[in-house]
Design a binder for this molecule. Structure first.
Ligand SMILES: [Zn+2]
Length: 248
């Protein structure tokens, strides 16, 4: 099926998958927030998002929920299904085994372990694959994940949310202390030695974070003189792109 003949309902089902993905954002690192809807005879038989903590993936959850109804159904998903063995078996296997006839997807997964390989697996199994429905909102939703795949570091936002609060859609908050930094996520707090901003970003990328908020007044942004290496004042203009401001 080409984009010229896409049914109108494709966009509507993808909208629902995007809503599910949006709700998962900030809760699923190191994995991307993904939404999935299984549709049969014009009705949703199951829907799911990436589980908190990143596993199981949305497709596998939705297929498990759909049970036998997944047979000959269409699966809408906001990111290309994985085709590699990570900590869980590939979602492409689950989709093929369930008897899904058609997959509608928003964007290709830039992770080098996937990167088009998921679509290839599905097509090889005879599944009709449509790519690009809802691509722009999906990319915006997963901007932190895409940023980390591209650069190895999380997307950073200057936050005006009060101390100790993790803003919606953000994986964690970093706060500088005198000789340390404290990273607070929804699964706990990690303290680390103070490093220069570039090393701090690499450290958070290695931990798997995709989106981090740093209070606007934090030493990370060079406001204050007593925090050692963090005061590299040309830093923000050089390396934090995209930088967005978020508030309560
Ligand atoms: Zn997967």
């Amino acid at each position: 099926m080409t984009s010229r003949t896409l049914p109108n309902s494709d966009r509507a089902w993808m909208e629902r998958a995007l809503v599910l993905a949006r709700e998962a954002r900030g809760h699923v690192w190191p994995n991307p927030p993904v939404g999935c809807v299984v549709v049969k005879d014009g009705e949703a038989v199951a829907e799911a998002a990436t589980h908190p903590g990143g596993r199981p993936h949305a497709e596998r959850k939705a297929i498990d929920l759909a049970g036998h109804s997944a047979n000959e159904a269409t699966l809408f998903v906001t990111l290309e299904p994985c085709c590699h063995w990570g900590k869980t078996p590939p979602c492409t296997d689950a989709i093929i085994d369930a008897g899904i006839l058609r997959v509608v997807c928003a964007v290709q997964d830039p992770d080098p372990r996937v990167n088009g390989g998921g679509f290839e697996e599905l097509r090889r199994a005879g599944i009709d694959v449509t790519i690009g429905v809802g691509a722009e909102p999906a990319k915006t939703l997963m901007s932190g994940f895409f940023h980390r795949i591209r650069t190895g570091t999380p997307e950073v936002m200057a936050s005006t949310v009060g101390p100790g609060l993790i803003p919606d859609g953000v994986d964690g908050v970093l706060v500088s202390r005198k000789k340390a930094v404290v990273l607070t996520t929804r699964s706990g707090t990690i303290e680390s030695e103070l490093r220069n901003p570039h090393h701090l970003l690499e450290w958070m990328g290695d931990l798997g974070l995709t989106t981090v908020a740093i209070p606007k007044q934090d030493a990370f942004w060079c406001h204050g003189q007593s925090h050692g290496d963090v005061n590299e004042c040309n830093y923000t203009s050089k390396t934090t792109s995209p930088l967005r401001e978020i508030g309560a």
